[in-house]
Structure formats: structure tokens, C-alpha cells
Design a protein around this ligand. Structure first.
Ligand SMILES: [Zn+2]
Length: 150
């Protein structure tokens, strides 16, 4: 076998050994501990609807983490939704963790989710502590608005 063929063979084996993990084994950015494909993945892909306000909140965090502005707009209630959403990435912003503190049903089709999201902005750690309001219309949960915790 020539040198080139040997090299190709080696590269091929390496690609199998350390190639990118399939998405199914990647843990979801929302920190649920589940694989992305069994958590926020199907919601972001439009294959599944969020069963609860908390699930929607988690999927919106994941959309922020992945820069999926379209999903954020889709899940925003039309009454409070901005016309466009630009996820400004300067200075570089990296979402690094989510903790859901409280999920409260406040009415038949209403819920509140309190969470702390952590991010890094240009190397500086920041946290966002918010209580978000959600409504359900035609079986679909929407984000309405949120209040920052003091
Ligand atoms: Zn998730």
C-alpha cells in the first residue's frame, strides 16, 4: 500500500473515532440534562409543540443560545412581539446556563415561569433573573412579557 493510501486509511479511521457526535448525544443547551433531540430540538424544528409554559421557556432559552431569532418571534405573543429581532452578537454573548426557579399555573391558559439565565458578555459573567408570563391559545403556549427580578 502506498503512503497516500495509508494516510487516507488513517484519516478515515480517525474520522470515525472522533468525528462530530450525532445531535442525539449532545446535551440540550437549556440544561435539562436531556439530549437536544429529546428536549428543545423538536420544538425548535417545529416537529412538536411545547406541552407546558416551562418547556416553551426552555426552548426559547435554547433558541437564544443557538441564535434562532425566527423561533423566538414565532413563540412570542402577537400582541407583544417585536416586529423584528436582531440577536446582536457584539460584544460576543454566550449563554452558559439556565435554572428554572418556579413554574406556576396562574389561570386556565396562563402560567408564569421564573428563571435565572447566565451568560458571558465579552468575558464578563452576567445573569438575567426574570419572571415571564405565558398564555396558551389554541393549544399553543406563547411568551407574553417578563419582569426582571430586583
Ligand atoms: Zn432543552
Amino acid at each position: 500500500m502506498g503512503v497516500l493510501a495509508d494516510g487516507m486509511h488513517l484519516m478515515h479511521n480517525r474520522a470515525i473515532a472522533c468525528g462530530p457526535f450525532p445531535m442525539t448525544t449532545t446535551s440540550c443547551p437549556c440544561g435539562s440534562g436531556l439530549a437536544f433531540d429529546h428536549c428543545c430540538g423538536p420544538l425548535l424544528a417545529g416537529a412538536r409543540r411545547a406541552p407546558t409554559a416551562e418547556a416553551l421557556m426552555r426552548s426559547r432559552y435554547t433558541a437564544f443560545a443557538l441564535g434562532n431569532a425566527a423561533y423566538l418571534l414565532e413563540t412570542w405573543h402577537p400582541k407583544t412581539r417585536p416586529e423584528a429581532l436582531e440577536l446582536d452578537d457584539t460584544p460576543p454573548l454566550k449563554w452558559i446556563g439556565l435554572q428554572v426557579r418556579r413554574h406556576q399555573i396562574t389561570g386556565e391558559d396562563r402560567a408564569e415561569v421564573e428563571f435565572v439565565a447566565r451568560c458571558r458578555i465579552g468575558g464578563r459573567a452576567e445573569r438575567l433573573h426574570e419572571s415571564s408570563r405565558f398564555v396558551r391559545e389554541d393549544g399553543r403556549w406563547f411568551y407574553v412579557d417578563g419582569e426582571l427580578a430586583p
